[in-house]
Design a binder for this molecule. Sequence first.
Ligand code: FES
Length: 113
Amino acid sequence: MPKKNPRKPKRDGSRHKIGPEGAVPEGRGATVQLKDGSEVALYNIGGKLHAIENFCPHKGFPLADSRIYGGMVECDLHGYRFDVSTGACVTKSSCSIDAYDVVVEDGWIYIVT
Ligand code: FES
């Protein structure tokens, strides 16, 4: 049974200012803590930013620093794979997580939850 994410951002349409464009290097992920203590994993893949929950529902491992390749992140703990665009878990569909819109405007990154 998938674990529940205790730091899952609320779905309320809020727009969170994250940092300057370029804060996440291409091919890397970063943990982003929102003001309410919730977290997202933010990735830069080929210059496009993606945000998903920073939580693997298998055993709760954070995903921001796990290996990324071809638009997927692979949990470093046991290898579950997630599509960073949709949050879909391709290893076990019941472990899919939320993805969030990322907007870059006037040189700043925003995540919409
Ligand atoms: S914690 Fe087991 S695959 Fe992520």
